[in-house]
Design a protein around this ligand. Structure first.
Ligand code: ADP
Ligand code: DP6
Ligand code: CO
Length: 331
């Protein structure tokens, strides 16, 4: 008789206000700097995992489609962490995942994906890993996933040396104030240069990278008290500057590259015009062309309307702070 251990988990995406952009240890996904993000309610991943003694290899379905060898290999390497912890190195799994977020488009699908998979594996194998340890596991699927296990504002501590256990994410503030993030979705397609490659190329070739660790340290030290004080203008200014510094580094890489598209610049112009009208609205962008606008929840509809002349209604999505990752009901 075959034995099955299964569980389902939901994790929401997160967008960094202070970005993670570089690894000091690629194998362990240890970052060059700490980072700080906001988990969001509008975008998430649901993942079911079924460890089954009758399987002879892992199987991975994403959005109903059986995935190719390369995509399955990434998931398998991640499952190995949990199999080894459980002392069952030959126990294979069927993973079934649905992204309620465009995949690989710079909207943080890798964050919700690996946080959901980590939660599901922990539960299915009854490992009972504590939140901190589970974050160090999620990190090894995708760095940003360490932060998606938690809700609200989350800080990912860079940790020390090659010490995997020292680099984990922790809740910073529950973000239960008048806060939203408006997403201007410019392109839902998968990016040409994925986050992993983009950050490595920047790290290795951009002369401005040398400045990045100290800039992040200063930005983190300034943004943390501003978040606690619910000071949206200060939070927004620091976050926008941090994102611009990240994107400036990619332009200065050799060869140069950018995640921006012409429409990204149009969206950013609209945000600056809103600000000139006295509406607090601040830009952040990740490894993709989509623009995210940090604003007051009470003004999110006004901000959405400002994009209407240029972008379709389905291209503008209002997100609020989101919850921690959690188990899905058994079906
Ligand atoms: P994003 O901006 O969406 O985070 P990344 O380049 O960081 O883009 O990561 C995209 C990769 O994450 C995909 O190519 C795939 O390998 C992985 N991924 C995305 N969604 C899932 C999922 N639901 N389950 C497992 N892996 C996923
Ligand atoms: C720009 O976590 O997707 O969104 O660790 O290589 O999987 P890997 O990369 P990923 O990178 C995220 C980069 C970012 C900034 C951030 O989320 O902090
Ligand atoms: Co990602």
């Amino acid at each position: 008789m075959n034995e099955i251990h299964s569980a389902g988990y939901r994790a929401h995406t997160n967008i960094a206000l202070i970005k993670y952009w570089g690894k000091r240890n690629k194998e362990l996904f240890l970052p060059v700097t700490s980072s700080l993000s906001l988990t969001l309610d509008a975008f998430y991943t649901d993942t079911h995992v079924e460890f089954d003694t009758s399987l002879t290899g892992d199987v991975f379905y994403l959005g109903g489609e059986l995935q190719n060898e390369a995509n399955t290999a990434k998931v398998s390497r991640f499952l190995d962490l949990f199999r080894e912890t459980a002392g069952k190195p030959n126990l294979y799994a069927k993973v079934t995942s649905v992204n309620h977020v465009p995949t690989a488009a710079g909207l943080a699908s890798s964050a919700s994906a690996f946080a959901a998979l980590a939660g599901a594996c922990n539960l299915a194998l009854d490992l009972q890993l504590d939140a901190q340890t589970l974050s160090t596991y999620a990190r090894q699927g995708s760095g940003s996933a360490s932060r998606s296990l938690l809700g609200g504002f989350v800080e990912w501590h860079k940790g020390e040396g090659d010490e995997s256990a020292s680099s984990y994410a922790e809740a910073f503030d529950d973000a239960d104030w008048d806060l939203a993030m408006v997403f201007v979705i410019i392109n839902r397609n998968a990016k040409k240069i994925d986050s992993r490659l983009g950050m490595e190329h920047t790290n290795q070739t951009s002369p401005f990278y040398a400045l990045w660790p100290q800039e992040v340290e200063k930005d983190l030290a300034m943004i943390k008290p501003a978040i606690k004080a619910h000071d949206l203008d200060t939070v927004g200014q620091i976050a926008e500057h941090n994102a611009m510094k990240m994107h400036a580094m990619t332009i200065a890489a050799k060869p140069s590259f950018t995640y921006w598209e012409p429409a990204s610049i149009e969206a950013m112009t609209i945000v600056r015009e809103l600000r000139e009208q006295g509406i607090p609205a601040y830009i952040t962008m990740d490894a993709g062309p989509n623009v995210k606008v940090l604003c007051r929840a009470s003004q999110a509809e006004t901000i959405k309307a400002a994009f209407a002349p240029r972008f379709g209604a389905d291209q503008v999505v209002i997100a609020k702070p989101g919850p921690a990752a959690h188990p899905l009901e058994k079906e």
